[in-house]
Design a protein around this ligand. Sequence first.
Ligand SMILES: [Zn+2]
Length: 54
Amino acid sequence: MTNCAEDGCAREAAVRLHVPWDADRDVCVAHARSLAQRDGVVAEPLEGSQAEWP
Ligand SMILES: [Zn+2]
C-alpha cells in the first residue's frame, strides 16, 4: 500500500489527484475530499483501494 502524500498523514492513499499546478499525488480519502474542491483538480480512485470514493 501507499501512504498519503500529504505531510504528517499516515493513512493509506486511496485517490490519485491530478493537480494542474503541481505533480500528481496519491492521497487518502480525507485529503482528497478537501483538495478536490479546488479548481482544476481531478480525483480518481486508485485501483485496488478499499476506501470509498467519493
Ligand atoms: Zn492524507
